[in-house]
Structure formats: C-alpha cells, structure tokens
Design a protein around this ligand. Structure first.
Ligand code: SF4
Length: 876
C-alpha cells in the first residue's frame, strides 16, 4: 500500500509517497498532490528508502548499558528527575529536544516541562538554526509569524537570497525558483560570502564580507528613504519606528556600505536601485543571517526594508525565513524554545501564563525564560543541571564548543537520550537510552517553512520495543504523578489538545490558531491533507500583514533602529582565517540516516576544508592534501579542497562528520559559542582559525564488502552498497601492509594478493575471493590516485581480487571521476567529456549522460561545470 507522508529532512516539507516492501525497504516518490513540492524530491528525499536499515537500531531501553524494561526505565527517569526537583528545584532539570520531533512529541515535552515540572528549561536544536528569525519576527511583528507563502517565490519579479544556499539546503524550493526564473525571468540576487551552488542561478552575486549584512540592508533602507520610495500610506497606517530606523541607517551611504561590505559601490547601487524599482520582491534568508552574534539585528535590518515599502503579505513580495529542519516551525508553535510558552503565547505575560495553566489544569507554570541551548549545556557543565533528557539530536557533535558540551553531558549526574540508535556521540554518554520510532514508523504532524501542517504517517512497524517520543514523555509524566494530564490514546488526541490550546491563544489575539482542527476525529486526523495555518472557523492559510494587523500591543509593526556590529572575534596573525560551517547537498545533520545510503555518501565522501588558492599557498597545503584546522577551542583534520568559491581570508567546512564517521572531523568542536544577545543563537560561521598541512607519511583508500576497522591517525568512512569505504592516512608507516590490511578488514585467514613498492611507499593489497567477502587497500605517499567509483563498482559486483588491484578501468572504459549526479552515478569527467563533445546546455548534458535527469539536485553543479567553460558572472 502506498502511504502519503512527509520528508523528515529540511524545512521545505515535501510530500512523499512511500510503499514498503517485505524486506523493510521502501519505494519512495514525490507526492504530486503536496503543495510544497508537487511531486519533486531532492537527492536526500529520493534516497529515503535506502536509509531504513535496522542495522544499528536501538531496539530496547538500556540502563547503564544493560537491557532494561520500559517500566524500569520510565520509573528511573521519573524518580531521578523528581529527586533533582525536590532537592534543587525545577530549574535543576532540562530537556534538549529537536526540530526532528513531531509536533505531538514536542507538545508533550513542553507541557511536561513548563506546566508540570514548572521550569522553562526546554530548548531545541532549532536554537542553532532559526532562533534569530524568531526573535526578529517577534520584535517587528509582535509574534513569530512568517508572513508569506512559497508561491511568492514564483510570483516575484526579484528574489534576493541572503545567507541561503537554497540549492543544497532547500533544493526543492530552489527548483521551484529556477522554474519560475525560466518561465518569467525572475531577477535573482545571491548575497553570500561564498559563491555557492545557488549562485549559479543568480543574475547578481554580492560576496559580502562576513557579518556585514546589517550594513548592506541599512544601506538599502537609506537608499529607499533617499529616493522617496517609502510607502507613506502603509507606514502611516501600520508601522512605528520609521524615523529612528532611518536615522540609524542614515550614515550608510552606498560608499560607506561598500566600505563595510567589501562590495563595489557600483554593484551595491545597482542592487539597491533594482530592489527599489521592483515592487514584487522577496527576500529569503536562512543560516547565513541567523547563525551570528548579531543575527537578530540582521533579520530586523531586512524586515525594516520590507516594512518601509509596504512590501509584505501581498503576492510575490515579503521577507521569507526558510527553516532548516522539518519541524522547526512546529517546535515554535508548541513553545519548544526556552523563551516561548506555548501556541505563540509569552512567558512574560501574566494573562498568557494564566490561560495556559488553566487550560492544562497544571499545578504550576514556568514564569520566566529557561536556559537557551548554549547556556543549558554550560549549566550542565557547572553542575547546575542534575537531570537532562536529550531527544532526537546529537549535541556532542552539533553544538559549538562540542568537546565541552560532551564533557558537560558526561558530568551531568543523570542523562537520558532518546534516539533511533545508541551509537551517536551523545547516546554513548547516556545513563538511560530509550529506543525511539523512526521516520516511516512514527505518526504525527510537522509544519514547514510556509506554515503548512502535513502528516507524517507510518508505513513500517516500529522495530523491537521502539516507542514514539510523545508516549515515552507521557509515561514519565504519569509516573511523576500527573496521570490525568498525560493520558492520550494516540497522537490524534495530542494533536486535538494542541489545536484546542491554540484556540485559547487565538482568543487572546495571537496569530497561531488552528482551533478549526481541534475536533478532528481519529479518522479525519489520519486523512488530514496538508493545511496552512491559521485554521479557524472563518480563515484558512494565506498571507499575513498586507493590511497591517500586527501582533504588537497597538497592532502596528515596529521598525528597529539597528547598527552594524563587529563579529564576536577578530582574525589576526595567529588566527588569520574565518571558518564558515554549513551543510553539504547529500547529507543531513550528523548523518545518522543519510550515511546508510551509498548514493548519498558518494557526493562528499569525507570531511573537507574549502580554501582559497592564495590562502592554501600561504598555509602550504595542496589540493587533496590533509590539513589540520585549529582554533583556540580545538582542532580537526580535513581534506583540502582548493577553490575560489570561498573568498580569500575565509574557509568553509561541513558540519556533518562525527566520531562515528571520522577520526577528527567534528568541526563544531572548533567553534566558540558566542551568541546573539537577544536570540541566544550561536555564531557558527565566523570562527577565527589557522590551517597547516597535516604531515601524513602515507595516504590510503580502502573498500570492504564486510567490516572495516580503521585504526590510524586519520580516517573517514562512508557506505557503499554492500560495505564500507574509507579514506585513511598515517604518520607512522606499518611494518607490513598485508598485515595492516588483514587487521583493517578483519580477514585474518583470507587469501591475499599484493603489489608493494617499499621505496616508492606504495602498496595495493586485495583480500578475499571473487564473489565472497573482500577488501582492497591502496596506499601511496601522497593522496591516493585511483578511480574510486570504479573500485567501488568492481568490489560490489564481486570482482576477483587481482582485478581490484588495477584501481582504474581499462583504457577503453573512461573513468567517471567524482560523482556529481547521485541518482545516476554520473561523475565529473563524464559530464565534462559530454560538454567537450558539444553538450552545452543542461538538457543536452542530461540527454548525453542522464546527469541531472533524476531528482535534479545536481543541476546547479552541472550548470557550474558548463559555466566553467565560459566567462561566468563575476562576484561584485
Ligand atoms: Fe526533503 Fe529535499 Fe524536500 Fe527538503 S527539499 S523536504 S530534504 S525532499
């Protein structure tokens, strides 16, 4: 049976059609009826069926590493949390949750912490993602409201992308924008220090200096004012603070904005004037704006420009924050951040607290904000948090100062981790592990970036004793003595309660009101189609604020007087480069699921450092070298990717690799936790670092059809269809490469053939038999030069060991090169050869090679390869 569900990755919130087979795998397709994607999926969504293996699943609760019953684990959690509260007060316990949770899970967690425990110490990994947007929205609109809808991208005449690599991080929205550009010629501007894959869509690329976004948008506001483009009617009727905001921006002439942003005055003026002359303009922003010590001011600098021109809430215009995670928005709705109450109600408004407490019939209610993520883990490290429950996230990898966070979790007297696997860096630190149901097994709702609520429906049974998180939380609530408040017969009942509470919020004049869904029966909930909030008796979905109606006390929006602020840390002689961290196209967060897909592991197979050629030369690193990247906080070892896509003075590294998948790839261990003073969001894109060559004596590449146990100074692993691949390096050469290979593959007695040249420092060792368990290892003094895709394909089809040793295809079979198109396994060499033969358009390359004809996520990279043969749009 085909089940309609929603993708569990990014905030686009695509609809998915899933059909399970008898082996526990599933066929996946885009849902043509879902209004977020209309049938499209990106590479991650398309590969969902390959991530469902139970190989590493946590199947039973564990206490101190030993199997336990749910009853025993629940009792222990209730007792330890109860003891901490009794001895040290409610603020001595905390939950750290996740934008991966379903709204129903989030609702129960928030109710338990804020209404019954009586603390607001529940924060979420969304703090790392969009907290600055939440804070900016609340300052300007009086509520965390995203005013627009996805169709605005298609109706706009101009789209500005600020700090948003849409092509990799929200690929289906990028595809919708690309289609709109083709059909109506939308003018696209990319504002980013890097020339990302998204820039290939841009008509103008503004490579601004890191952190200079407020200068850029204050310059725009100043130009709007100077050119008489303020919408006096809209501002007069609906907006406060214009004069102060314009005054604050008054010094930002194009010349001054050019000085601060590093963009030429000509380019800035061209951008400003086009923005001013184009009424239908959408400004999209995400992590490049939010993840900053001045993130909230950056958001408000953007909102100021839209408010001053009245370009908000009408078709094709408005500011648009796109969220990173599938249910970051749902978390905001239930109050999953330590700074919110529930249903967009506020902790610091007595009437809101009274209303929620009365609705919940709770013995108490949190009355002040709790600890935001960075402060929460610092408090744990300081011994102030005595019991901590982490659900569906991996802060020992993803938080800044990740090593300190791991230490804090280790130091906390009692830690519970709920996850689908017990092998994450965080799960390994838990006293109690709870097995959670995964995507495909869970039932509930998520809300995407345009406020659209979709059902996640199960199509597989939960394995072992895995349970939904809402149920685990509710059982602890009951065990703590609040059975009446935490008894539901399923997620539909939780959703009805959440919707009913939103009706209370609606009566108090709040925007988030889905009371029209509060009486859904179980069958209606099961059948619920994607629906955009608000949902009340007289309204469903649509845009906000075209006619004012802001959620501030007086109904008027607030423009904020914001001024540029320096980044938290300066670069200097010791730490001369700025580290920008972010996502890659085919992996998700700490790779718990995406690493299981060989397709997704091909695109970026190891943690890397993107560095400008001039900086690489200064640091003494060459392409494909390994480099040590250091900050005062820690160090990582990464593969060098020399590229002018990063500006001189900056480097980029992805945030996905963990201790499970690499020896030294946890990049957030290097990043200091400087936070925005309002949102508490950490600055994850500006850490001063230095780079030097990692002095490897040997480099290796290995593929195994079975196990692979890398024990060396550097390693990074990924999956292939029927085994594991690894990049390796060492500072000490083993005595015997055959012995090393046997230990690496765990094949002590297998037949072995090898070609070893001690003088040249090269070795090729193949173990096993054709069709059986096998492993192959290539070693050289410098980075290993073999045709990796070919070796992987050969070992997967059970080639004989001697055939594996060649390391590349025969002369009559071209080598594919690094994989660009994951769907069809098409490499860069294949694409470039097609271009050389005359395929000079995306479609022609597709016809010649199949590249780009699957999910379409690689089309920006193919465009870049095509452009590399032509003069490209210059950065300005
Ligand atoms: Fe999933 Fe990709 Fe859609 Fe995001 S764009 S929701 S990752 S399919």
């Amino acid at each position: 049976m085909t089940v309609r569900t929603a993708c569990p990755y990014c905030g686009v919130g695509c609809g998915v059609l899933a059909r399970a087979d008898r082996t526990g795998r599933a066929t996946i397709a885009g849902d043509p009826e879902h209004p977020a994607n209309f049938g499209r999926l990106c590479s991650k969504g398309a590969a969902l069926g390959e991530t469902l293996s139970l190989a590493d699943r946590l199947l039973t609760p564990q206490i101190d590493g030993l199997r336990a019953s749910w009853n025993a684990a629940t009792r222990l959690i209730a007792d330890r949390f109860g003891e901490a509260i009794a001895e040290h007060g409610p603020d001595s316990v905390a939950f750290y949750v996740s934008g991966q949770l379903l709204t129903e899970d989030y609702y129960v967690a928030n109710k338990l912490m804020k209404g019954f425990i009586g603390s607001a110490n529940i924060d979420t990994n969304s703090r790392l993602c969009m907290a600055s947007s939440v804070a900016g929205h609340k300052r300007a609109f009086g509520a965390d409201t995203v005013p627009g809808v996805y169709a605005d991208l298609e109706d706009a005449d101009m789209v500005v992308l600020v700090g948003s690599n849409l092509a990799w991080c929200h690929p289906v929205l990028h595809q919708r924008l690309a289609a709109a550009k083709t059909s109506r010629g939308t003018h696209v501007v990319c504002v980013d220090p890097r020339r990302t894959a998204t820039a290939e869509l841009g008509d103008q690329l503004l490579q601004l200096a890191p952190g200079s976004d407020v200068a850029l948008f204050n310059g725009l506001l100043n130009r709007i004012h100077a050119s008489g483009a303020i919408d006096g009617g809209y501002v007069g009727a609906h907006v406060d603070g214009l004069d102060a905001a314009v005054d604050a921006a008054g010094a930002m002439t194009p010349a001054e904005a050019a000085r601060q942003t590093g963009i030429s005055e000509v380019a800035l003026t061209r951008f400003y004037d086009r923005w001013i002359q184009t009424e239908k303009v959408v400004t999209i922003y995400s992590q490049g704006v939010n993840q900053a010590s001045s993130g909230t001011d950056k958001v408000n600098a953007i909102l100021n420009c839209h408010l001053a021109t009245g370009r908000i809430g009408r078709p094709g215009m408005g500011p648009f924050s796109v969220t990173g995670q599938p249910n970051a928005m749902g978390g905001r709705e239930v109050g999953g951040l330590a700074t919110m109450l529930a249903a967009h109600l506020d902790l610091d408004v007595p009437a809101h607290r009274d209303a929620v407490q009365s609705f919940w019939a709770s013995p108490r209610i949190a009355s002040r904000p709790g600890l935001k993520a960075v402060d929460l883990f610092r408090a744990a490290g300081d011994g102030e948090i005595r019991a901590l429950w982490i659900l569906s996230t991996n802060p020992a990898v993803s938080m800044p100062e990740a090593d300190r966070v791991a230490e804090a979790i280790r130091a906390c007297p009692f830690v519970v981790v709920s996850d689908i696997t017990g092998t994450t860096d965080t799960a390994r630190l838990a006293d109690v592990l709870l097995p959670a149901t995964a995507w495909g097994e869970k039932s509930g709702t998520v809300t995407n970036s345009e406020r659209r609520i979709s059902r996640q429906r199960p199509f597989l049974p939960g394995p072992g004793e895995a349970r939904p998180d809402w149920q685990a939380l509710a059982d602890v609530g009951k065990a703590m003595g609040w059975a009446d408040a935490f008894t539901w017969d399923g997620p539909a009942a939780v959703f009805r309660e959440h919707a009913a509470l939103s009706g209370v919020a609606g009566q108090l004049g709040r925007d988030f009101d889905i009371s029209g869904l509060a009486t859904l029966g179980d069958a209606d909930y099961d059948a619920l189609k994607p629906v955009q909030w608000p949902v009340t008796h007289d309204r469903e979905g649509g845009r906000f604020f075209a006619g004012g109606g802001f959620l501030t006390g007086n109904g008027r929006a607030r423009m904020l007087a914001v001024a540029p602020r320096a980044l938290a840390e300066k670069i200097g002689a010791d730490w001369p480069l700025r580290l920008n961290t972010g996502r890659v196209r085919d992996h998700w967060h700490t790779m718990t699921r995406t690493v299981k897909s060989s397709r997704l592991s091909q695109h970026m197979a190891e943690p890397y450092l993107e560095i400008h050629p001039a900086d690489a030369a200064r640091a003494g690193v060459l392409p494909a070298d390994l480099a040590t990247v250091e900050s005062p906080e820690g160090a990582a070892v990464l593969r060098v990717l020399v590229s002018d896509r990063v500006p001189e003075g900056s480097v980029f590294a992805p945030m996905h690799w963990t201790s499970e998948t690499s020896s030294n790839g946890r990049i957030d261990a290097l990043v200091r936790a400087h936070t925005d003073p309002i949102s508490g969001q950490p600055e994850l894109k500006a850490q001063p670092v230095r780079v030097r060559q990692f002095p490897a004596l040997w480099h290796g590449f290995a593929v195994s059809r079975g196990a692979l146990r890398p024990r060396t100074d550097y390693w990074a692993v990924g999956s292939v269809q029927s085994g594991i691949r690894a990049e390796l390096a060492g500072q000490v050469e083993p005595d015997c490469w055959e012995r090393y290979a046997r230990a690496l593959f765990g094949l002590d007695a297998a037949p072995c053939i090898s070609v070893i040249d001690q003088n040249a420092g090269s070795a090729r060792v193949a173990l096993g038999q054709a069709g059986g368990p096998a492993g192959v290892l290539f070693v050289s003094r410098g980075p290993v030069e073999v045709a990796r895709a070919h070796v992987i394909a050969e070992i997967e089809c059970g080639a004989a060991p001697d055939a594996l040793l060649a390391g590349r295809p025969s002369a009559d079979r071209p080598e594919a090169g690094a994989i660009v198109c994951s769907c069809h396994g098409v490499g860069v060499n294949t694409i470039l050869a097609a271009v050389a033969r005359g395929s000079t358009t995306l479609d022609a390359v597709g016809c010649a090679t199949d590249a780009g004809t699957g999910c379409g996520s690689c089309r920006p990279e193919i465009t870049a390869l095509l452009a590399s043969a032509e003069p490209r749009v210059a950065a300005e």
